[in-house]
Design a protein around this ligand. Structure first.
Ligand SMILES: NC(=O)c1ccc[n+]([C@@H]2O[C@H](COP(=O)([O-])OP(=O)(O)OC[C@H]3O[C@@H](n4cnc5c(N)ncnc54)[C@H](O)[C@@H]3O)[C@@H](O)[C@H]2O)c1
Length: 259
């Protein structure tokens, strides 16, 4: 396949079907492309990003792979269910679920409203619950499948001005570990907690210049590339990670070195 090489065997995930949320941009986009590059068929899930999602699907098709775009607001229970149902109807049994959709908001805690909380935690935590449930309700009776939730190093570190985001991401880690225990040994549920990654989220649109500068004051002295997170997702999705349950892998440039 003519997609950027992942370094993994090109047939590593041949015959597998993946759903990737947030797949029109950033980490989700790179993950959808990387999964397709190693043979998976991919449902490129997006929200209000038809053009960008179509571009991802076209890039995968041009390289000989197969993907479809599916629009879904991950905060909507009905739309998440429809996403998984549609992916299975079009592509077959979903065996890989990567939940990368998310939002971020910089705001002092004292200015944070209940609506802000609901927006951020609703998208970054409740929606991950909805997506995990839609994936696991299908995978559990079959006894096969794997879920990868995109958390954040900030779920460990915390960050001033980002309380709802950090709380949600810490929640994703607790959710992941709970599901890993509940669905093992047949299913594997893991998380990735990236450090600063060069995506639309890591920009002046969402962060002050001061926070942006602090984000890359880490041992690696740079922001990561979305492909560096996607490689972690490919690994976790594959049988190479067959002994990984409830783990939180950290492509983070050394921003966080705890467990
Ligand atoms: N970029 C970073 O530094 C960084 C670091 C740690 C974790 N993350 C996490 O990685 C994930 C991907 O973020 P990214 O950096 O690629 O940024 P991004 O903004 O490119 O991607 C987020 C995607 O989520 C989608 N989305 C937002 N709300 C949605 C909704 N209600 N329904 C469906 N889709 C929705 C957006 O359309 C977008 O495509 C997020 O969960 C983010 O919190 C990012």
């Amino acid at each position: 396949m003519n997609l950027p090489s992942t370094g993994f065997a090109p047939d590593l995930l041949a015959g597998r079907v993946a759903v990737v949320t947030g797949a029109a941009s950033g980490i989700g986009r790179a993950t959808a492309i990387a999964l397709a590059a190693v043979g998976a068929q991919v449902a490129v899930s997006h929200w209000r990003a038809q053009e960008a999602a179509a571009e991802v699907v076209a890039a995968i098709a041009a390289a000989g792979g197969h993907a479809i775009a599916v629009e879904a607001d991950v905060t909507s229970e009905a739309q998440v269910e429809a996403l998984y149902a549609h992916a299975e109807a079009e592509l077959g049994e979903v065996g890989i679920a990567v939940h990368a959709a998310g939002v971020i908001q910089e705001k002092s805690f004292l200015d944070t409203t209940a609506a802000d909380w609901d927006f951020v935690v609703g998208t970054d935590l409740k929606a991950v619950f909805l997506c995990c449930r839609a994936a696991l309700v299908r995978m559990a009776p079959r006894g096969r499948g794997t879920v990868i939730n995109i958390a954040s190093e900030l779920g460990f570190l915390g960050r001033a001005q980002y309380a709802p985001y950090c709380a949600a991401k810490a929640g994703v880690i607790g959710l992941t570990r709970s599901l890993a225990r509940e669905f093992a040994p047949a299913l594997r549920v893991n998380a990735i907690a990236p450090g600063p990654i060069a995506t639309p989220m890591l920009s002046l649109e969402h962060m002050s210049a001061e926070v942006l500068a602090r984000e890359i004051a880490i041992p690696a002295a740079r922001a990561g590339r979305p492909e560096e997170v996607a490689a972690t997702a490919v690994f976790l999705a594959s049988d190479l990670a067959s002994f990984f349950h409830g783990q939180v892998l950290g492509p983070n440039g050394g921003a966080w070195m705890g467990g």
